[in-house]
Design a protein around this ligand. Structure first.
Ligand code: GLN
Length: 542
């Protein structure tokens, strides 16, 4: 029978609960268990697709096209297991289900209530589509004590009662702060947070205590006693040098051991952590360094490009190189030639984005990389802008633009109105809702023989994840190709441009999809590995 681990958070947010959950997943996997990770978020948005990246960080996209919380990115990167729509739940999505059922009359005249109807829907979401997983890890977003989290906590309390003994473990992530004026670590916030959990009826089995320094045994004993948790299940969780060191560090302090014991599973044999040692070694002891500029709009909040940042680190792992990211705010140099900021870098990346703000700066960055022969990678919006740049400056179409910014003389990028998904035609108009209506998830792409893309991927058919409403207008293909832009990847029906590359440039490529979502530390994405390699070659030239 499938076992469950519930991960809650206390005291404050941003304790790295998502990474802790992902790392625990990786540790259980390294012991031979099939794991599945799932996120439950208490906010009312149906999904984070409509939330600003400033508010919520990156929107992670799954193979089956769900727009999800960025923690799902951590889950995939740490376990290599692809997530799906069934692994991302918000209160909004749960309520939507309950209200749809109520409208259909499914509740047969009952008064629909948080308990049992909402809590039942939450438990149902925890149970469905878990496949052949031995252990399902469910992370509950938010902090214990929030009003919004209550239905989720109530649901996991009930869940524990409904399962056979030893099939559910509760892990609570808390903070043990250092108070400089007292020169002491304080256990009180942890005690209060656990008291709050126990008031709801949940007794944690394991406490993962985030702390900026070692926790003395006396403090651990105090936490254990006050919180009624076994002493060896009070796990000190210190900061790591890289997030990929977290599985190793948490294993050393006994996290997986404590969880397995709570689940009644054997924990004596050591897990095989060789791949994590290798990844960490390559990150901490790189042979070389490269500097890559990311020219974007949300550059002051690295969380908005989480997967991208990680994929670049993975590209570095593939090349034994440390990738230093130079965040360049596109708006800061709109209208100017961006040479000062870009002079020091070995490659330029223009990532995904929405809306007109910062576009001129991003276009200037494309021009710079193109003219200087710097390796260039354009992702989604970045690819669309690369096409506009080439249209304007190499194909003589001065009025080239995207209809995303309003009507224009040459709509080189236009609204996507029709495409095929799994043999069926999807249709959209400009009047559709904004939520969940983009071209989302994995689609096939056919790569042209003899192209840079073919050399990078080493294959002619790939599947990559998408998240966009606009597309490069295939009617401009002949004109752009004459200007030197090769359409080296297309949708199988030949209608949607997926990859473009500049034949007159050493390494200039734009992709309509988001390769960053599929990169793993132990399996770096070929496009990022090749991009970092190109940057490395560039660094040797200067
Ligand atoms: N704004 C563009 C579109 O909707 C690009 C989206 C993106 O970069 N993810 O097509």
């Amino acid at each position: 029978m499938t076992r469950y681990v519930f991960i809650t958070g206390g005291v404050v947010s941003s304790l790295g609960k998502g990474i802790a959950a992902a790392a625990l997943g990786a540790l259980l996997q390294a012991r031979g268990y099939r794991v599945r990770l799932r996120k439950f978020d208490p906010y009312l948005n149906v999904d984070p697709g409509t939330m600003s990246p400033y508010q919520h960080g990156e929107v992670f996209v799954t193979e089956d096209g769900a727009e999800t919380d960025l923690d799902l990115g951590h889950y995939e990167r740490f376990t290599g297991v692809a997530t799906s729509r069934a692994d991302s739940w918000s209160a909004g999505k749960i309520y939507w289900r309950v209200i749809t059922r109520e409208r259909r009359g499914d509740y047969l005249g009952a008064t629909v209530q948080v308990i049992p109807h909402v809590t039942d829907a939450i438990k149902e979401a925890m149970r469905e589509e878990v496949g052949d997983a031995d252990i399902v890890l469910c992370e509950i977003g938010g902090t214990v004590g929030d009003i919004e989290s209550l239905p989720f906590l109530e649901a996991i309390r009930q869940f524990g009662l409904e399962m056979p003994a030893g099939h559910v473990a509760y892990v609570h992530v808390t903070l043990v702060p250092w108070i400089p004026s007292a020169g002491e670590l304080k256990t009180k916030p942890t005690q209060h947070s656990v008291r709050e959990l126990r008031a709801i009826g949940i007794q944690p089995d394991v406490l993962l205590c985030r702390c900026d320094r070692p926790i003395p045994d006396a403090a651990r004993r105090k936490i254990a006693l006050q919180c009624s948790v076994r002493e060896d299940a009070v796990i000190p969780a210190l900061d790591c040098r890289t997030i990929y060191e977290v599985p190793l560090t948490y294993h050393e302090v006994g996290l997986d051991h404590a969880v397995l014991r709570a689940l009644g599973l054997p924990a004596e044999e050591a897990p095989d952590l060789a791949r994590w040692h290798e990844v960490v070694h390559r990150i901490l002891k790189p042979e070389t360094r490269v500097k890559i500029a990311i020219v974007g709009k949300y550059t002051n909040l690295a969380d908005s490009y989480k997967s991208l940042q990680e994929a670049l680190i993975h590209g570095g792992i593939a090349n034994n190189t440390r990738v230093e990211i130079e965040w360049v705010d596109a708006e800061a140099f709109a209208g100017e030639v961006p040479d000062e900021r870009l002079q020091e870098v070995h490659a330029v990346l223009v990532p995904g984005g929405f809306g007109e703000r910062g576009v001129e700066g991003k276009l200037a960055a494309v021009t710079y990389a193109r003219e200087k022969g710097l390796p260039f990678l354009g992702i989604c919006f970045g690819m669309q802008l690369a096409c506009i740049e080439v249209a304007r400056h190499l194909a003589g179409l001065e009025g080239a633009s995207s209809t995303e910014f309003g009507a224009c003389e040459h709509p080189v990028v236009g609204l996507l109105t029709e495409w095929e998904k799994g043999g069926e035609l999807v249709r959209r108009t400009g009047a559709d809702d904004l939520g969940g209506t983009m071209r989302l998830g994995a689609y096939p792409c056919v790569i042209a023989p003899g192209s840079l893309a073919e050399r990078i991927y080493g294959t002619r058919l790939i599947h990559e994840r998408h998240r966009h409403r606009y597309e490069v207008n295939v009617n401009y293909r002949p004109l752009l190709e004459r200007a030197g832009l090769r359409f080296s990847g297309m949708s199988p029906d030949g209608r949607l441009p997926e990859i473009v590359e500049l034949t007159t440039h050493p390494w200039f490529i734009g992709v309509q999809f988001h390769p960053e979502f599929k990169s793993r530390p132990f399996d770096p994405h070929p496009l990022f590995a090749a991009f970092v390699r190109a940057a490395l070659e560039q660094s040797r030239l200067v």
